[in-house]
Design a protein around this ligand. Structure first.
Ligand code: C5J
Length: 240
């Protein structure tokens, strides 16, 4: 923790049960909050989705991001996208479905889902600081074909607070990858969103079911309360 005025660990009131995290071993992982998914004219919309469904995740993520910046909790952003020559994009991904524009086609925010294009960038509200880590990933999971595992190991990270879009695709895939690698994952329920509200609900249920088979689920208020415990929470902890 960069800021000694805060507690070194905190208990998040989560489902299926509370979890205590050592903040020096915890990273906030913000998945794919890119214009290509969040704004009209990007990859998400080419697939026929209503991108306005994702906007609800921005404020909760912003609040927890600000707390992590304030307290020195490691922040990692991810971006899904491909090299301009598409050499990292499998044909099975490129050919899929009947989108209005395919990956690599020119769109209103540049070539769809291509690194370096405007649409590939992270939305301004959650834009990474120069000091923050940005992981570019070609797949849905943030561990596949990326340096994320090495980065987490180098920082001594054991716990991930995961948020971003979409709940059932890149968030769920990343949490499953992380769980198999031994990380404790807390998914921020209101800091995730899906084009399909019912998939969001089920995506969260799948994580916390069976005693937390993939991890824990908590909302941004519970995460903030664990980072900045109020005197009430501290008193309850002391009397336990
Ligand atoms: C999708 C993602 N949905 N970030 N990507 O294709 O969830």
């Amino acid at each position: 923790m960069a800021n000694p005025k805060y507690t070194s660990s905190g208990t998040i009131v989560a489902e299926p049960e509370p979890i205590t995290l050592d903040w020096s071993k915890t990273a906030l992982v913000i998945i794919d909050m890119q214009r290509d998914f969040m704004e009209p004219g990007g990859f998400g919309e080419t697939l026929g989705n209503d991108v306005s469904q994702l906007a609800r995740a921005v404020k909760p993520i912003g609040a927890v991001l600000a707390a992590c910046r304030d307290t020195g909790i490691l922040v990692i952003h991810t971006r899904e996208g491909h090299l301009p020559d598409l050499s990292d994009a499998p044909p099975a991904k490129l050919e899929r479905g009947k989108p209005s524009l395919r990956i690599g086609d020119p769109g209103p925010m540049g070539r769809i889902l291509i690194r370096g294009e405007d649409g590939h960038d992270i939305i301004s509200e959650l834009y990474p600081l120069d000091s923050e880590i940005v992981i570019d990933k070609p797949g849905k999971g943030a561990f596949y074909a990326t340096e994320l595992g090495d980065v987490l190991q180098n920082h001594g990270i054991e716990n991930l607070v995961v948020c971003g879009v979409t709940t059932e695709v890149c968030v769920n895939t990343t949490v499953r990858e992380a769980n198999d690698r031994g990380y404790r994952c807390v998914v921020m329920s209101d800091g995730c969103a899906s084009y399909f509200p019912e998939f969001h609900e089920m995506g969260l249920k799948m994580i916390k079911a069976q005693g937390g088979i993939f991890g824990w689920v908590a909302d941004s208020a519970a995460i903030l309360e664990a980072i900045y415990p109020t005197s009430k929470t501290l008193a309850a902890g002391a009397s336990r």
